[in-house]
Every structure is written in structure tokens, then in C-alpha cells.
Ligand binder design. Structure first.
Ligand code: HEM
Length: 440
């Protein structure tokens, strides 16, 4: 009798397992995972380079609907977009989604940077970073402040390393001598070596009272100590997060300012309105007097131009997360450990949210409160909203202030092409002819 019960229970278990499998496989989103490792990565990267990523994604949506599976950068992935998707990704806690970046990005930036941390670890390091970041970063060059590196050959080399690191971040993680990924990994190793050396110099200076904790970001992070004076951030945490901040700060604000320069050259009326606002501020100052917080607060129109620029040309196209368990989304099952690829910027060009989305019109941001939430998200949202947002705003407003009040410029290259690599890069880096203006 016992044997019969045992067999019956065993068969029951097998039946439930099979039933779950069949039900699950039916409910995984439509689409194909493509070839192992490569999947659809090359297609997406090619489309991004050709600036046809939106079309590439639209074709997916037409073929499979708004939620589909594919394989990106070596992982099974589910592509989602839209207001609900933005909300889902930005508000889900660590019991549902974890922040895990594609292998390529993780291997280049390191596994102890904020992007790879979750829950308590994320909070600890983010809290430690944001305040010192905002305190120590001024609109002067990040490089000087983080590394104490002034202009010269060494700094130029660091910029080249960072450029190489960025190029391989969205790539198939195949580490062979001829791949982009390989070049980025090498650049990342060189930067890490340099940072290790720099940290040991700065630790020596701080421990011997030769430097104050506010001297630069690295010293500031080294100075965060526990009760027994032990350092609270590990060396790898400092290295990986300094690299993240360099990359996140270098590759994003520069894109925003570059596209603003392009748009101002192409839209004389908008340029005139920005100039009027900035000249009024400049005229209120005595010669050589610096800009103040109040002046930045008065640059309302210029910031609307910046927001409209980010709507149409978002520096960050989308982001990645990973499921912590099997989850249901939009009526489908997304299995545990799969990647979620959210194209946040897809709502920016949705005509039901932004009328005539192809038209550059800063007036849309006159009343931001009327915008439905989770549709305009250039800085992300939720617990991982960009901590560099205010810094980026200062950098952009100050740069545009000095540019428009001191110079006029003409585009030397009239074609509108740009590629995403992974951040947008205009043709030939946007050559312009720049002409000094008469001082006010
Ligand atoms: C126009 C400029 C910028 C834009 C559009 C931008 C955009 C973003 C976005 C969309 C995210 C969230 C990504 C996600 O949820 O997956 C993010 C995160 C982040 N950004 Fe920015 N960013 C900008 C400037 C900066 C600057 C200047 C810094 C630092 C100096 C910075 C540092 C960071 C860091 C450290 C994170 C990770 C935060 C975390 O995971 O908790 N960003 N940024």
C-alpha cells in the first residue's frame, strides 16, 4: 500500500512539474533567442550605429507585440517599453528586480560599482557617494577633481582610455584580441591600475594629515571611517565607483551640450530666446563676477531647451535589470535570471504624450506638472534615479551661458546623422565654426 501511495505521490509531482513547464513555456513572451551568445546583439548594435534603433524596435513590436523575448549581450532578455514599463522598472524593489548590467559593462566598470549593487549595499555606497559627489564636483573639469590630474598628456591618455571603455560597454562579451570588448577591458585594466596607485598616494597623504577630506572625491571616500577608524568603502568599491562616475558624467552631459549646440545653430528663434535670457543675467553682473545659484534658477528657458533636447536625443537610450524570481509582466512570464531591456526613451517620441514629437519645441516643458508621470525620464527614476542630475544641470547651464554670451557659431556639416555608440555621436563629432562676440 505504501509503495502505491509513494508512486502516486511521485507521479503527481511529475505531473505538476510538467504542467508548470508547459504553462510557463507558453507564457514566456513571443520572439526568438537567436544564436547562442550572439542572439540579436549585432542587429541592435548595428541599428544603433546607423541611428535606426527606433525602427529596429518598431519592427519587433509589429512582429511580436509590445513585450518580446530576445537575447542581448549573452543573456536571454525581455524587451519592454512604455509608461507602465518605466514605472515597473523604476519602482520594483530588490525582491523582484535586481540591477545587473550586461556582462560586458560589468567586466569593464567592475562588479562593485553602484550599477551592480542592490538593497543595503546600494544604499550604503550611494549615500556615501552622493553627498561627497555634490560637494566636491564643481563645474570645473571632473578629471581634476577626481584624479587631481591637470591638463596635459597624462589626462589626455585617461580620456582616451575612457572613450575606449565606453565603446565596448554594450557589446558581446567575447574577449579575443580583435574585439571591441577586448580593447575596452584592456583600457579598464589600465585605468584601474592608475587608480590603485592614486588611491595609495591619497591614503598616504590623508593619513599623514597632508590632505583634507574635501580635497577630491577619492580622498573624501577614503576619509569615511567606522568607529575603529577602519575605512568603510573597500578599495574596489572606490575604484569601481570612481570609474562609473567618470563614465556616467563624461558620456552624458557632453552629449546633451553637444546636441544643444547643434539645435541652437539650427533654430535661430530658440537661440535668440536663450541669448536674451542669458544676456539679462550677464548684464546683471559686474565684470568677472561668478554666476550664483539664483542666476541658475533664472535660466528657466535654457533648461527647457535642455529638456527638449533630452526628449529628442536622450543621452541614455535604455537600461537593464535582471529578474530575481519568475515574474509576471503584461500577461507573460519572465523567468528568474533573465535580463529586462527597457527602452525608456521610447515614450519620449510617443505622439499621444508629446504632440508632433518630431518638432523641437521647448514650450512643452512650460508646465512640467501637466506631463503624465513616467513618460519623460531622461534621468531614470526611483531608487536609482541619476545622482548626477543636479551636477549635469549646473554643468549644462553654465556652459551654455558662457557659450551664447561670448560666441556665435555655424555648423560646418549640415547632415543630421548621428549614431549611438552607445551614447549619441553626431557626424564627425559636430565640427562648428566659432566666432567671438563683442563683449557686452
Ligand atoms: C545629461 C546628463 C545625464 C543623464 C541624461 C543621465 C542619465 C542617467 C540615467 C537614465 C540613469 C539611470 C540608469 C538606470 O536606471 O539604469 C543614471 C544613473 C547614474 N548616473 Fe547619470 N546622467 C547624467 C549625468 C550624470 C553625471 C554628471 C553623473 C556624475 C557626475 C552621473 C552619475 C550617475 C550614476 C553614478 C548613476 C547610477 C546610479 C545608481 O545606480 O544608483 N550621471 N544617469
Amino acid at each position: 500500500m505504501n509503495t502505491i501511495v509513494a508512486i502516486f505521490l511521485f507521479l503527481l509531482q511529475v505531473f505538476f512539474l510538467l504542467a508548470r513547464r508547459i504553462r510557463s513555456s507558453k507564457r514566456v513572451p513571443p520572439g526568438s533567442l537567436g544564436f547562442p551568445v550572439i542572439g540579436q546583439s549585432l542587429g541592435l548594435l548595428r541599428a544603433m550605429k546607423a541611428n535606426t534603433a527606433e525602427k529596429w524596435l518598431d519592427e519587433r513590436v509589429q512582429k511580436y507585440g509590445p513585450i518580446s523575448k530576445l537575447s542581448l549581450f549573452g543573456k536571454p532578455t525581455v524587451f519592454i517599453y512604455g509608461q507602465a514599463a518605466n514605472k515597473f522598472l523604476f519602482t520594483s524593489d530588490g525582491s523582484v528586480l535586481t540591477s545587473k548590467q550586461p556582462q560586458s559593462l560589468k567586466m569593464i566598470l567592475g562588479d562593485r560599482c553602484l550599477l551592480e549593487m542592490n538593497d543595503e549595499d546600494h544604499k550604503r555606497v550611494r549615500d556615501a557617494l552622493v553627498l561627497p559627489l555634490m560637494k566636491t564636483l564643481t563645474f570645473d573639469i571632473i578629471c581634476s577633481l577626481l584624479f587631481g590630474l591637470e591638463r596635459g598628456a597624462r589626462r589626455d591618455q585617461v580620456v582616451r582610455y575612457f572613450q575606449q571603455m565606453i565603446e565596448g560597454m554594450w557589446s558581446i562579451p567575447i574577449n579575443l584580441p580583435f574585439t571591441r570588448f577586448n580593447r575596452s577591458i584592456k583600457a579598464s585594466k589600465d585605468v584601474q591600475k592608475m587608480l590603485k596607485q592614486l588611491i595609495s598616494e591619497k591614503r598616504h597623504e590623508f593619513d599623514n594629515n597632508l590632505a583634507s577630506s574635501h580635497q577630491d572625491l577619492i580622498t573624501c571616500l577614503l576619509s569615511i571611517r567606522g568607529e575603529n577608524k577602519q575605512e568603510l568603502m573597500s578599495e574596489n568599491e572606490i575604484i569601481h565607483n570612481v570609474m562609473l562616475i567618470m563614465v556616467a558624467g563624461y558620456a552624458t552631459s557632453s552629449v546633451l551640450i553637444t546636441f544643444m549646440v547643434r539645435l541652437l545653430a539650427k533654430n535661430p528663434n530658440i537661440h535668440a530666446a536663450v541669448l536674451k535670457e542669458q544676456e539679462e543675467i550677464a548684464q546683471s553682473k559686474s565684470p568677472g563676477e561668478s554666476l550664483t545659484w539664483e542666476d541658475l534658477g533664472n535660466m528657466k528657458y535654457t533648461w527647457r531647451v535642455a529638456m527638449e533636447t533630452m526628449r529628442m536625443f536622450p543621452p541614455i537610450f535604455g537600461g537593464f535589470r535582471q529578474t530575481v524570481k519568475d515574474i509576471e509582466y503584461g500577461g507573460y512570464l519572465i523567468p528568474k535570471g533573465w535580463q529586462i531591456f527597457l527602452v525608456t526613451a521610447k515614450t519620449h517620441m510617443n505622439s499621444s504624450i508629446f504632440q508632433e514629437p518630431e518638432k523641437f519645441d521647448p514650450a512643452r516643458f512650460e508646465n512640467t506638472a501637466s506631463l503624465p508621470p513616467y513618460n519623460f525620464v531622461p534621468f531614470g527614476g526611483g531608487a536609482r534615479i541619476c545622482p548626477g542630475y543636479k551636477f549635469a544641470k549646473i554643468e549644462t547651464l553654465v556652459t551654455i551661458h558662457y557659450l551664447v554670451t561670448h560666441f556665435t557659431w555655424k555648423l560646418c556639416c549640415t547632415d543630421d546623422f548621428f549614431s549611438r555608440d552607445p551614447t549619441p555621436v553626431p557626424t564627425q563629432g559636430l565640427p562648428i565654426q566659432i566666432i567671438p562676440r563683442k563683449p557686452l
